[in-house]
Design a protein around this ligand. Structure first.
Ligand SMILES: *[C@@H]1O[C@H](CO)[C@@H](O)[C@H](O)[C@H]1NC(C)=O
Ligand SMILES: *[C@@H]1O[C@H](CO)[C@@H](O)[C@H](O)[C@H]1NC(C)=O
Length: 562
Protein backbone atom coordinates (compact mmCIF):
# COMPACT_ATOMS: atom_id res chain seq x y z
CA UNK A 1 0.00 0.00 0.00
CA UNK A 2 2.88 2.38 0.62
CA UNK A 3 3.93 3.68 -2.73
CA UNK A 4 6.45 6.34 -1.86
CA UNK A 5 7.17 7.59 -5.40
CA UNK A 6 3.64 8.98 -5.56
CA UNK A 7 4.65 11.71 -3.15
CA UNK A 8 6.83 13.37 -5.66
CA UNK A 9 4.72 12.63 -8.66
CA UNK A 10 1.79 14.23 -6.89
CA UNK A 11 3.86 17.18 -5.75
CA UNK A 12 5.95 18.03 -8.74
CA UNK A 13 4.14 16.96 -11.87
CA UNK A 14 0.74 17.90 -13.10
CA UNK A 15 -1.42 14.89 -12.32
CA UNK A 16 -1.57 12.15 -14.90
CA UNK A 17 -5.08 10.79 -14.96
CA UNK A 18 -5.30 7.26 -16.22
CA UNK A 19 -8.90 6.54 -17.16
CA UNK A 20 -10.67 3.51 -18.58
CA UNK A 21 -11.27 5.48 -21.77
CA UNK A 22 -14.25 3.41 -22.77
CA UNK A 23 -16.29 6.53 -23.47
CA UNK A 24 -18.47 6.13 -20.38
CA UNK A 25 -18.99 8.63 -17.56
CA UNK A 26 -17.26 11.48 -19.35
CA UNK A 27 -19.18 13.57 -16.81
CA UNK A 28 -20.25 12.30 -13.37
CA UNK A 29 -23.28 9.95 -13.39
CA UNK A 30 -26.57 11.38 -12.10
CA UNK A 31 -29.56 9.44 -10.87
CA UNK A 32 -31.38 7.90 -7.93
CA UNK A 33 -30.52 5.20 -5.40
CA UNK A 34 -32.73 4.21 -2.44
CA UNK A 35 -30.15 3.63 0.27
CA UNK A 36 -30.13 6.88 2.27
CA UNK A 37 -33.92 6.81 2.48
CA UNK A 38 -34.83 3.11 2.49
CA UNK A 39 -31.62 1.37 3.56
CA UNK A 40 -31.77 -2.22 2.28
CA UNK A 41 -35.54 -2.51 2.67
CA UNK A 42 -36.38 -2.04 -0.95
CA UNK A 43 -39.22 -3.24 -3.12
CA UNK A 44 -39.86 -3.34 -6.80
CA UNK A 45 -42.65 -0.81 -6.33
CA UNK A 46 -40.30 1.71 -4.71
CA UNK A 47 -38.00 1.58 -7.72
CA UNK A 48 -40.88 1.90 -10.16
CA UNK A 49 -42.30 4.84 -8.23
CA UNK A 50 -38.91 6.56 -8.00
CA UNK A 51 -38.36 6.10 -11.74
CA UNK A 52 -41.73 7.64 -12.51
CA UNK A 53 -41.02 10.49 -10.08
CA UNK A 54 -37.74 11.30 -11.81
CA UNK A 55 -39.87 11.99 -14.90
CA UNK A 56 -42.82 13.68 -13.20
CA UNK A 57 -40.74 16.02 -11.03
CA UNK A 58 -38.64 17.12 -14.01
CA UNK A 59 -35.49 15.53 -12.59
CA UNK A 60 -34.72 13.33 -15.60
CA UNK A 61 -34.91 16.43 -17.79
CA UNK A 62 -32.11 18.12 -15.85
CA UNK A 63 -29.87 15.05 -16.02
CA UNK A 64 -30.84 12.45 -13.42
CA UNK A 65 -30.92 9.33 -15.59
CA UNK A 66 -29.99 6.30 -13.54
CA UNK A 67 -32.30 4.31 -11.33
CA UNK A 68 -29.95 2.12 -9.34
CA UNK A 69 -30.57 -0.84 -7.11
CA UNK A 70 -28.92 -0.97 -3.72
CA UNK A 71 -28.71 -3.76 -1.12
CA UNK A 72 -31.79 -5.84 -0.38
CA UNK A 73 -32.85 -6.82 -3.88
CA UNK A 74 -30.76 -9.99 -3.97
CA UNK A 75 -31.58 -13.53 -3.04
CA UNK A 76 -29.78 -15.36 -0.26
CA UNK A 77 -28.76 -18.39 -2.32
CA UNK A 78 -27.75 -18.94 -5.91
CA UNK A 79 -29.90 -21.06 -8.17
CA UNK A 80 -29.16 -24.64 -9.26
CA UNK A 81 -26.79 -23.46 -11.99
CA UNK A 82 -25.00 -20.97 -9.73
CA UNK A 83 -26.81 -17.95 -11.19
CA UNK A 84 -27.63 -14.74 -9.34
CA UNK A 85 -31.12 -14.64 -7.82
CA UNK A 86 -33.38 -11.94 -6.46
CA UNK A 87 -35.87 -11.69 -3.63
CA UNK A 88 -39.02 -12.83 -5.37
CA UNK A 89 -41.27 -11.48 -2.62
CA UNK A 90 -39.92 -7.94 -2.82
CA UNK A 91 -39.47 -8.14 -6.61
CA UNK A 92 -42.40 -10.24 -7.85
CA UNK A 93 -42.03 -9.24 -11.52
CA UNK A 94 -38.30 -9.86 -11.42
CA UNK A 95 -35.26 -7.77 -12.20
CA UNK A 96 -35.40 -8.08 -16.02
CA UNK A 97 -38.98 -6.73 -15.95
CA UNK A 98 -37.95 -3.84 -13.69
CA UNK A 99 -35.08 -3.04 -16.03
CA UNK A 100 -37.47 -3.00 -18.99
CA UNK A 101 -39.88 -0.72 -17.12
CA UNK A 102 -37.08 1.74 -16.36
CA UNK A 103 -35.73 1.64 -19.90
CA UNK A 104 -39.20 2.21 -21.30
CA UNK A 105 -39.34 5.46 -19.35
CA UNK A 106 -36.18 6.53 -21.17
CA UNK A 107 -34.06 6.07 -18.05
CA UNK A 108 -31.08 3.87 -17.29
CA UNK A 109 -30.92 0.92 -14.95
CA UNK A 110 -28.26 0.15 -12.38
CA UNK A 111 -27.64 -3.03 -10.40
CA UNK A 112 -25.85 -3.51 -7.12
CA UNK A 113 -23.58 -6.31 -6.01
CA UNK A 114 -20.62 -6.89 -3.77
CA UNK A 115 -17.03 -8.03 -4.21
CA UNK A 116 -17.30 -10.34 -1.21
CA UNK A 117 -19.21 -13.47 -0.30
CA UNK A 118 -22.25 -11.67 0.99
CA UNK A 119 -23.27 -8.12 0.34
CA UNK A 120 -23.71 -5.30 2.80
CA UNK A 121 -26.97 -5.03 4.68
CA UNK A 122 -28.39 -2.90 7.47
CA UNK A 123 -28.78 -5.71 9.99
CA UNK A 124 -25.18 -6.03 11.11
CA UNK A 125 -24.15 -8.43 8.37
CA UNK A 126 -26.75 -11.08 9.21
CA UNK A 127 -28.87 -10.85 6.03
CA UNK A 128 -26.32 -12.77 3.92
CA UNK A 129 -27.51 -11.54 0.53
CA UNK A 130 -25.30 -13.19 -2.07
CA UNK A 131 -22.13 -11.43 -3.22
CA UNK A 132 -20.23 -11.84 -6.47
CA UNK A 133 -16.79 -12.89 -5.25
CA UNK A 134 -15.77 -15.91 -7.29
CA UNK A 135 -18.77 -15.54 -9.62
CA UNK A 136 -17.74 -12.41 -11.46
CA UNK A 137 -18.06 -13.70 -15.03
CA UNK A 138 -21.39 -15.36 -14.50
CA UNK A 139 -22.80 -12.38 -12.59
CA UNK A 140 -21.53 -9.79 -15.06
CA UNK A 141 -23.21 -11.80 -17.82
CA UNK A 142 -26.48 -11.90 -15.86
CA UNK A 143 -26.37 -8.15 -15.14
CA UNK A 144 -25.65 -7.37 -18.79
CA UNK A 145 -28.42 -9.73 -19.95
CA UNK A 146 -30.86 -7.91 -17.68
CA UNK A 147 -29.93 -4.61 -19.32
CA UNK A 148 -27.81 -3.10 -16.57
CA UNK A 149 -26.18 0.22 -17.45
CA UNK A 150 -24.45 0.67 -14.09
CA UNK A 151 -23.04 -1.55 -11.38
CA UNK A 152 -22.43 -0.35 -7.84
CA UNK A 153 -19.98 -2.85 -6.37
CA UNK A 154 -19.74 -2.92 -2.58
CA UNK A 155 -17.11 -4.39 -0.28
CA UNK A 156 -18.70 -6.34 2.59
CA UNK A 157 -17.47 -9.80 3.57
CA UNK A 158 -14.48 -9.39 1.29
CA UNK A 159 -11.48 -9.13 3.51
CA UNK A 160 -10.39 -12.47 4.91
CA UNK A 161 -9.95 -16.10 3.99
CA UNK A 162 -10.45 -17.82 7.30
CA UNK A 163 -13.92 -19.35 7.15
CA UNK A 164 -15.98 -21.41 4.72
CA UNK A 165 -19.65 -20.50 4.85
CA UNK A 166 -21.93 -23.56 4.92
CA UNK A 167 -23.26 -23.40 1.40
CA UNK A 168 -19.75 -23.21 0.01
CA UNK A 169 -18.64 -26.36 1.84
CA UNK A 170 -18.81 -28.34 -1.38
CA UNK A 171 -17.02 -25.71 -3.42
CA UNK A 172 -13.52 -24.42 -3.39
CA UNK A 173 -12.68 -22.82 -0.04
CA UNK A 174 -10.60 -20.28 -1.94
CA UNK A 175 -13.15 -17.54 -1.54
CA UNK A 176 -14.17 -18.27 1.98
CA UNK A 177 -14.66 -15.42 4.36
CA UNK A 178 -14.89 -14.88 8.07
CA UNK A 179 -18.38 -14.35 9.46
CA UNK A 180 -16.94 -11.56 11.58
CA UNK A 181 -15.58 -9.78 8.56
CA UNK A 182 -18.73 -7.92 7.58
CA UNK A 183 -17.09 -4.50 7.28
CA UNK A 184 -13.31 -4.27 7.54
CA UNK A 185 -11.68 -0.88 7.04
CA UNK A 186 -8.23 -2.43 7.38
CA UNK A 187 -8.45 -5.74 5.56
CA UNK A 188 -5.49 -8.13 5.53
CA UNK A 189 -5.68 -8.56 1.76
CA UNK A 190 -5.52 -6.23 -1.24
CA UNK A 191 -9.03 -5.24 -2.26
CA UNK A 192 -8.15 -3.91 -5.72
CA UNK A 193 -8.07 -7.36 -7.43
CA UNK A 194 -11.74 -7.93 -6.59
CA UNK A 195 -12.57 -4.84 -8.59
CA UNK A 196 -10.17 -5.62 -11.43
CA UNK A 197 -11.80 -9.04 -11.84
CA UNK A 198 -15.26 -7.50 -12.06
CA UNK A 199 -14.03 -4.74 -14.40
CA UNK A 200 -12.75 -7.40 -16.79
CA UNK A 201 -15.90 -9.48 -16.48
CA UNK A 202 -18.03 -6.45 -17.33
CA UNK A 203 -15.80 -5.52 -20.26
CA UNK A 204 -16.15 -9.07 -21.61
CA UNK A 205 -19.94 -8.68 -21.83
CA UNK A 206 -19.51 -5.89 -24.39
CA UNK A 207 -22.35 -3.99 -22.77
CA UNK A 208 -21.46 -0.44 -21.69
CA UNK A 209 -21.81 -0.59 -17.91
CA UNK A 210 -20.65 2.18 -15.60
CA UNK A 211 -18.62 0.54 -12.85
CA UNK A 212 -18.99 2.25 -9.48
CA UNK A 213 -16.34 1.14 -6.99
CA UNK A 214 -17.73 1.23 -3.47
CA UNK A 215 -15.04 0.12 -1.04
CA UNK A 216 -15.36 3.22 1.13
CA UNK A 217 -11.89 4.56 0.42
CA UNK A 218 -9.97 1.71 2.08
CA UNK A 219 -6.43 1.29 0.73
CA UNK A 220 -6.66 4.70 -0.95
CA UNK A 221 -8.29 3.64 -4.24
CA UNK A 222 -7.60 6.94 -6.01
CA UNK A 223 -3.92 5.99 -5.88
CA UNK A 224 -4.22 2.39 -7.20
CA UNK A 225 -5.28 4.19 -9.42
CA UNK A 226 -8.99 3.34 -9.36
CA UNK A 227 -9.44 5.42 -12.52
CA UNK A 228 -7.98 2.43 -14.38
CA UNK A 229 -10.51 0.09 -12.79
CA UNK A 230 -13.86 1.89 -12.58
CA UNK A 231 -15.69 5.08 -13.45
CA UNK A 232 -15.97 6.30 -9.88
CA UNK A 233 -14.63 5.27 -6.51
CA UNK A 234 -15.93 6.05 -3.07
CA UNK A 235 -13.38 8.04 -1.09
CA UNK A 236 -14.90 7.66 2.36
CA UNK A 237 -17.17 5.76 4.64
CA UNK A 238 -20.91 6.33 4.23
CA UNK A 239 -22.37 9.81 4.41
CA UNK A 240 -25.22 8.35 6.46
CA UNK A 241 -27.86 7.59 7.30
CA UNK A 242 -28.42 9.48 9.43
CA UNK A 243 -27.27 12.57 7.60
CA UNK A 244 -25.32 15.12 9.59
CA UNK A 245 -23.22 18.21 9.09
CA UNK A 246 -20.37 16.40 10.86
CA UNK A 247 -20.46 13.67 8.22
CA UNK A 248 -20.13 16.30 5.49
CA UNK A 249 -17.13 17.79 7.31
CA UNK A 250 -15.47 14.35 7.54
CA UNK A 251 -15.93 13.70 3.82
CA UNK A 252 -14.91 17.21 2.71
CA UNK A 253 -11.62 16.84 4.60
CA UNK A 254 -11.10 13.39 3.10
CA UNK A 255 -11.28 14.61 -0.50
CA UNK A 256 -8.63 17.33 0.03
CA UNK A 257 -5.69 15.13 -1.13
CA UNK A 258 -7.69 13.48 -3.92
CA UNK A 259 -9.15 16.24 -6.07
CA UNK A 260 -6.46 15.91 -8.75
CA UNK A 261 -7.51 12.32 -9.47
CA UNK A 262 -10.97 13.24 -10.84
CA UNK A 263 -11.36 13.57 -14.58
CA UNK A 264 -13.56 12.53 -17.52
CA UNK A 265 -14.22 8.81 -17.17
CA UNK A 266 -13.19 8.54 -13.49
CA UNK A 267 -14.55 10.42 -10.49
CA UNK A 268 -14.09 10.73 -6.75
CA UNK A 269 -17.39 9.55 -5.26
CA UNK A 270 -18.26 11.43 -2.06
CA UNK A 271 -21.30 9.16 -1.58
CA UNK A 272 -24.93 9.63 -2.39
CA UNK A 273 -26.85 12.79 -1.68
CA UNK A 274 -28.69 13.48 1.54
CA UNK A 275 -30.70 16.30 -0.04
CA UNK A 276 -34.32 15.83 1.02
CA UNK A 277 -33.49 13.78 4.12
CA UNK A 278 -33.69 14.78 7.76
CA UNK A 279 -30.48 15.61 9.62
CA UNK A 280 -29.45 18.54 7.45
CA UNK A 281 -31.09 21.95 7.30
CA UNK A 282 -32.20 23.16 3.90
CA UNK A 283 -29.19 25.48 3.83
CA UNK A 284 -26.86 22.60 4.69
CA UNK A 285 -28.45 20.56 1.90
CA UNK A 286 -27.64 23.41 -0.46
CA UNK A 287 -24.01 23.53 0.68
CA UNK A 288 -23.76 19.73 0.39
CA UNK A 289 -25.19 19.70 -3.12
CA UNK A 290 -23.07 22.60 -4.41
CA UNK A 291 -19.88 21.10 -3.02
CA UNK A 292 -20.61 17.59 -4.35
CA UNK A 293 -21.42 19.09 -7.76
CA UNK A 294 -18.28 21.23 -7.98
CA UNK A 295 -15.98 18.46 -6.75
CA UNK A 296 -17.42 16.32 -9.56
CA UNK A 297 -18.89 13.61 -7.42
CA UNK A 298 -21.60 11.46 -8.98
CA UNK A 299 -24.94 13.06 -8.06
CA UNK A 300 -27.22 10.28 -6.88
CA UNK A 301 -30.40 11.49 -5.24
CA UNK A 302 -31.18 9.22 -2.31
CA UNK A 303 -34.42 10.36 -0.82
CA UNK A 304 -38.10 9.40 -0.99
CA UNK A 305 -39.25 11.31 -4.05
CA UNK A 306 -42.92 10.89 -3.12
CA UNK A 307 -42.35 13.16 -0.11
CA UNK A 308 -39.56 15.51 -1.12
CA UNK A 309 -40.00 19.11 0.04
CA UNK A 310 -40.07 21.74 -2.68
CA UNK A 311 -37.01 23.56 -1.35
CA UNK A 312 -34.98 20.33 -1.51
CA UNK A 313 -36.30 19.63 -4.99
CA UNK A 314 -35.28 23.11 -6.10
CA UNK A 315 -31.76 22.50 -4.80
CA UNK A 316 -31.51 19.31 -6.88
CA UNK A 317 -32.87 21.04 -9.98
CA UNK A 318 -30.62 24.10 -9.98
CA UNK A 319 -29.31 24.00 -13.55
CA UNK A 320 -26.38 26.29 -12.83
CA UNK A 321 -25.07 23.99 -10.11
CA UNK A 322 -25.73 20.89 -12.20
CA UNK A 323 -23.77 22.55 -15.02
CA UNK A 324 -20.74 22.75 -12.72
CA UNK A 325 -20.96 19.01 -12.17
CA UNK A 326 -21.45 18.23 -15.86
CA UNK A 327 -18.88 20.74 -17.14
CA UNK A 328 -17.04 18.97 -19.94
CA UNK A 329 -13.57 19.95 -18.69
CA UNK A 330 -14.20 17.62 -15.75
CA UNK A 331 -11.84 19.30 -13.26
CA UNK A 332 -12.68 19.14 -9.60
CA UNK A 333 -12.50 22.16 -7.37
CA UNK A 334 -9.53 21.91 -5.03
CA UNK A 335 -8.83 23.13 -1.52
CA UNK A 336 -7.39 26.66 -1.48
CA UNK A 337 -7.65 27.98 2.00
CA UNK A 338 -9.25 27.35 5.37
CA UNK A 339 -9.99 30.14 7.80
CA UNK A 340 -10.34 27.82 10.77
CA UNK A 341 -13.85 27.62 12.24
CA UNK A 342 -14.83 30.37 9.85
CA UNK A 343 -14.82 29.51 6.16
CA UNK A 344 -13.23 27.34 3.45
CA UNK A 345 -12.35 28.40 -0.06
CA UNK A 346 -12.20 25.89 -2.88
CA UNK A 347 -11.95 26.66 -6.59
CA UNK A 348 -11.34 25.12 -9.97
CA UNK A 349 -11.44 25.80 -13.70
CA UNK A 350 -14.37 25.34 -16.09
CA UNK A 351 -14.42 24.45 -19.77
CA UNK A 352 -15.29 28.00 -20.89
CA UNK A 353 -12.19 29.51 -19.26
CA UNK A 354 -14.05 30.73 -16.19
CA UNK A 355 -13.44 29.56 -12.63
CA UNK A 356 -15.79 28.55 -9.89
CA UNK A 357 -15.19 29.45 -6.26
CA UNK A 358 -17.04 27.62 -3.51
CA UNK A 359 -16.97 29.28 -0.09
CA UNK A 360 -18.37 27.31 2.86
CA UNK A 361 -19.53 29.08 6.00
CA UNK A 362 -18.36 26.88 8.89
CA UNK A 363 -20.05 29.18 11.37
CA UNK A 364 -23.41 27.96 12.48
CA UNK A 365 -24.76 31.48 12.38
CA UNK A 366 -25.99 33.98 9.84
CA UNK A 367 -23.13 36.35 9.17
CA UNK A 368 -21.48 38.60 6.70
CA UNK A 369 -18.61 36.82 4.95
CA UNK A 370 -15.92 38.44 2.85
CA UNK A 371 -14.35 36.32 0.13
CA UNK A 372 -10.90 37.58 -0.83
CA UNK A 373 -10.23 36.97 -4.51
CA UNK A 374 -6.52 36.66 -3.76
CA UNK A 375 -7.35 33.32 -2.15
CA UNK A 376 -8.08 31.96 -5.63
CA UNK A 377 -5.21 33.88 -7.21
CA UNK A 378 -7.27 36.74 -8.67
CA UNK A 379 -7.71 40.41 -8.02
CA UNK A 380 -10.76 41.03 -10.18
CA UNK A 381 -13.33 39.18 -12.27
CA UNK A 382 -16.94 39.30 -13.38
CA UNK A 383 -18.96 37.30 -10.90
CA UNK A 384 -22.22 35.39 -11.01
CA UNK A 385 -23.87 33.92 -7.94
CA UNK A 386 -24.69 30.41 -9.18
CA UNK A 387 -27.18 29.63 -6.43
CA UNK A 388 -29.46 32.56 -7.26
CA UNK A 389 -28.29 33.21 -10.80
CA UNK A 390 -27.72 36.92 -10.14
CA UNK A 391 -24.93 38.63 -11.99
CA UNK A 392 -22.89 40.59 -9.46
CA UNK A 393 -20.92 42.67 -11.94
CA UNK A 394 -17.19 43.17 -11.71
CA UNK A 395 -15.80 42.38 -8.28
CA UNK A 396 -12.47 43.83 -7.22
CA UNK A 397 -10.30 42.33 -4.45
CA UNK A 398 -13.20 40.91 -2.49
CA UNK A 399 -16.90 40.17 -2.36
CA UNK A 400 -19.00 40.33 0.79
CA UNK A 401 -22.33 38.62 1.23
CA UNK A 402 -24.55 37.50 4.06
CA UNK A 403 -24.45 33.72 4.45
CA UNK A 404 -26.90 31.58 6.38
CA UNK A 405 -25.67 29.17 9.09
CA UNK A 406 -23.48 26.57 7.27
CA UNK A 407 -24.39 28.25 4.01
CA UNK A 408 -22.39 28.42 0.82
CA UNK A 409 -21.36 31.05 -1.72
CA UNK A 410 -20.85 29.68 -5.22
CA UNK A 411 -19.37 32.22 -7.59
CA UNK A 412 -18.58 31.82 -11.24
CA UNK A 413 -15.63 34.09 -11.99
CA UNK A 414 -15.49 35.01 -15.64
CA UNK A 415 -14.62 37.78 -18.10
CA UNK A 416 -11.12 39.16 -17.83
CA UNK A 417 -9.54 37.30 -14.94
CA UNK A 418 -6.97 39.64 -13.45
CA UNK A 419 -4.38 37.69 -11.47
CA UNK A 420 -3.39 38.85 -8.01
CA UNK A 421 0.26 39.42 -7.16
CA UNK A 422 1.73 36.09 -6.08
CA UNK A 423 3.39 36.13 -2.66
CA UNK A 424 6.92 34.80 -2.45
CA UNK A 425 8.08 32.83 0.52
CA UNK A 426 11.29 32.18 2.36
CA UNK A 427 11.23 28.54 3.47
CA UNK A 428 12.41 27.04 6.76
CA UNK A 429 12.74 23.26 7.12
CA UNK A 430 11.20 21.83 10.26
CA UNK A 431 14.10 19.39 10.70
CA UNK A 432 16.73 22.16 10.57
CA UNK A 433 19.29 22.09 13.39
CA UNK A 434 18.44 25.75 14.06
CA UNK A 435 15.06 24.75 15.45
CA UNK A 436 14.17 23.67 18.97
CA UNK A 437 12.32 20.39 19.55
CA UNK A 438 10.57 20.13 22.90
CA UNK A 439 8.97 17.14 24.64
CA UNK A 440 8.31 14.18 22.35
CA UNK A 441 8.76 16.09 19.10
CA UNK A 442 11.28 14.36 16.90
CA UNK A 443 12.67 14.16 13.41
CA UNK A 444 11.40 11.49 11.01
CA UNK A 445 13.09 10.71 7.72
CA UNK A 446 10.56 10.39 4.91
CA UNK A 447 12.92 10.09 1.94
CA UNK A 448 16.57 10.81 1.37
CA UNK A 449 15.69 14.43 0.73
CA UNK A 450 12.70 14.99 3.01
CA UNK A 451 12.62 14.92 6.80
CA UNK A 452 9.73 16.07 8.92
CA UNK A 453 9.16 16.78 12.58
CA UNK A 454 6.50 14.56 14.12
CA UNK A 455 4.99 14.01 17.57
CA UNK A 456 4.25 17.70 17.92
CA UNK A 457 1.40 18.22 20.38
CA UNK A 458 0.49 16.49 23.66
CA UNK A 459 3.54 18.18 25.16
CA UNK A 460 5.71 18.06 22.05
CA UNK A 461 6.56 21.41 20.46
CA UNK A 462 8.49 22.60 17.46
CA UNK A 463 10.04 26.07 17.51
CA UNK A 464 11.42 27.64 14.35
CA UNK A 465 14.18 30.05 15.34
CA UNK A 466 15.83 32.90 13.44
CA UNK A 467 12.81 33.55 11.22
CA UNK A 468 13.13 36.66 9.10
CA UNK A 469 10.43 39.27 9.68
CA UNK A 470 11.81 41.50 6.92
CA UNK A 471 12.42 45.18 7.47
CA UNK A 472 8.95 45.87 8.86
CA UNK A 473 7.73 42.76 10.69
CA UNK A 474 3.97 42.83 11.24
CA UNK A 475 1.59 40.33 9.62
CA UNK A 476 2.85 37.64 7.25
CA UNK A 477 1.27 34.98 5.11
CA UNK A 478 2.72 31.63 6.12
CA UNK A 479 2.63 28.59 3.82
CA UNK A 480 2.91 25.17 5.44
CA UNK A 481 3.99 21.87 3.87
CA UNK A 482 2.95 18.98 6.08
CA UNK A 483 1.99 15.32 6.30
CA UNK A 484 -1.18 14.15 8.00
CA UNK A 485 -2.32 10.57 7.36
CA UNK A 486 -4.67 10.46 10.35
CA UNK A 487 -7.65 9.37 8.25
CA UNK A 488 -10.81 8.03 9.81
CA UNK A 489 -13.97 6.22 8.78
CA UNK A 490 -16.16 7.59 11.54
CA UNK A 491 -16.38 11.03 13.08
CA UNK A 492 -13.85 12.20 15.64
CA UNK A 493 -13.15 15.55 17.30
CA UNK A 494 -11.41 16.64 14.10
CA UNK A 495 -12.52 14.17 11.43
CA UNK A 496 -9.80 13.70 8.83
CA UNK A 497 -7.96 16.72 10.15
CA UNK A 498 -5.54 17.74 12.90
CA UNK A 499 -5.14 21.05 14.64
CA UNK A 500 -1.91 22.95 15.03
CA UNK A 501 -1.62 26.04 17.21
CA UNK A 502 0.89 28.48 15.81
CA UNK A 503 2.35 31.32 17.78
CA UNK A 504 4.76 34.06 16.69
CA UNK A 505 7.21 35.36 19.30
CA UNK A 506 5.16 33.88 22.14
CA UNK A 507 1.97 35.68 21.09
CA UNK A 508 -1.57 34.32 21.05
CA UNK A 509 -1.62 31.06 19.06
CA UNK A 510 -3.59 30.84 15.84
CA UNK A 511 -5.45 27.58 15.22
CA UNK A 512 -4.80 25.88 11.88
CA UNK A 513 -7.18 23.00 11.21
CA UNK A 514 -5.29 20.93 8.68
CA UNK A 515 -6.97 18.24 6.56
CA UNK A 516 -5.36 14.89 5.84
CA UNK A 517 -2.69 14.94 3.14
CA UNK A 518 -3.21 11.28 2.19
CA UNK A 519 -3.55 7.82 3.67
CA UNK A 520 0.15 7.22 4.22
CA UNK A 521 2.75 9.19 6.10
CA UNK A 522 4.79 10.06 3.03
CA UNK A 523 2.34 12.20 1.07
CA UNK A 524 2.90 15.91 1.54
CA UNK A 525 0.27 18.61 1.34
CA UNK A 526 1.92 21.71 0.02
CA UNK A 527 0.82 25.27 0.70
CA UNK A 528 -1.62 25.36 3.61
CA UNK A 529 -1.94 29.11 4.18
CA UNK A 530 -2.35 30.94 7.43
CA UNK A 531 -1.97 34.59 8.22
CA UNK A 532 0.13 35.31 11.34
CA UNK A 533 0.76 38.61 13.09
CA UNK A 534 3.35 39.69 15.61
CA UNK A 535 6.52 39.49 13.53
CA UNK A 536 9.35 41.84 14.48
CA UNK A 537 11.69 43.35 11.94
CA UNK A 538 14.86 41.33 11.46
CA UNK A 539 15.89 37.71 11.82
CA UNK A 540 15.14 36.98 15.44
CA UNK A 541 11.53 35.81 15.21
CA UNK A 542 10.33 32.48 16.57
CA UNK A 543 7.34 30.45 15.39
CA UNK A 544 6.12 27.80 17.80
CA UNK A 545 3.88 24.89 16.80
CA UNK A 546 1.97 23.05 19.50
CA UNK A 547 -1.31 21.47 20.49
CA UNK A 548 -2.14 21.03 24.18
CA UNK A 549 -4.44 18.03 23.78
CA UNK A 550 -3.78 16.23 20.48
CA UNK A 551 -1.11 15.74 17.85
CA UNK A 552 -0.56 18.18 15.00
CA UNK A 553 0.39 17.02 11.50
CA UNK A 554 4.07 16.28 10.88
CA UNK A 555 5.70 19.49 9.66
CA UNK A 556 8.00 19.44 6.65
CA UNK A 557 8.61 23.16 6.19
CA UNK A 558 7.05 26.58 6.48
CA UNK A 559 7.37 29.51 4.12
CA UNK A 560 7.12 33.07 5.44
CA UNK A 561 6.06 35.73 2.94
CA UNK A 562 8.80 38.19 2.11
C1 LIG B 1 -30.02 -19.18 -12.73
O1 LIG B 1 -29.80 -17.78 -12.73
C2 LIG B 1 -29.33 -17.25 -13.93
C3 LIG B 1 -29.07 -15.77 -13.71
O2 LIG B 1 -30.19 -15.15 -13.16
C4 LIG B 1 -30.31 -17.52 -15.05
O3 LIG B 1 -29.81 -17.04 -16.27
C5 LIG B 1 -30.56 -19.01 -15.15
O4 LIG B 1 -31.56 -19.25 -16.11
C6 LIG B 1 -30.99 -19.58 -13.83
N1 LIG B 1 -31.03 -21.01 -13.91
C7 LIG B 1 -31.96 -21.73 -13.34
C8 LIG B 1 -31.81 -23.20 -13.48
O5 LIG B 1 -32.89 -21.23 -12.74
C1 LIG C 1 -14.50 47.21 -9.91
O1 LIG C 1 -13.70 48.00 -10.77
C2 LIG C 1 -14.33 48.34 -12.00
C3 LIG C 1 -13.30 49.02 -12.89
O2 LIG C 1 -12.56 49.94 -12.14
C4 LIG C 1 -15.57 49.21 -11.72
O3 LIG C 1 -16.23 49.52 -12.93
C5 LIG C 1 -16.51 48.41 -10.80
O4 LIG C 1 -17.61 49.21 -10.42
C6 LIG C 1 -15.78 47.95 -9.55
N1 LIG C 1 -16.68 47.06 -8.81
C7 LIG C 1 -16.99 47.26 -7.55
C8 LIG C 1 -17.95 46.25 -6.94
O5 LIG C 1 -16.54 48.15 -6.86
Amino acid sequence: MLKAPYVYIALLLSPFVLALNDGLARTPPMGWNPYNAFLCSTTEQQYRTAAQKLIDLGLSEVGYQFVNLDCGWQGKARNASGGFTWDTTAFPSGIPALSTFIHNLGLKFGVYSDGGFFSCDFVGGTAHYIGSLGHETSDANSFAAWGADYLKYDNCYSGSVSYTPPYFKFRSPLHAVSPTDFVNFNPPIQIEPHYVTMRDALAATNRPVIFSICEWGVQDPARWPASAVGHSWRISNDIGPPASWDNLFRIINQVVPLTQFAGPGGWNDLDMLEVGNSGLTTVEQQTHFAFWAAVKSPLLISTDLTRIASNSLNILKNNRIIALNQDRLGKSISFKRRYTNDHDIWSGPLADGAFVAVIINWQNSRRSLTFNLADVGLSSADATDLISGSFLGRINQSHTAVLEPHGVMVLKLSGTLTPSPQPSFQFYNAASSKNTLIGGANIRTVTSSVSVVGFIGNGGKLVFNEVDGGSLGGTKLVSIDYINADFVFSNTACSNCRNAFISVNGGTPVQAQMPISGQSWDIIFSGYLVSLSGFKAGKTNTIEISNPSAFTPDFYRIGVST
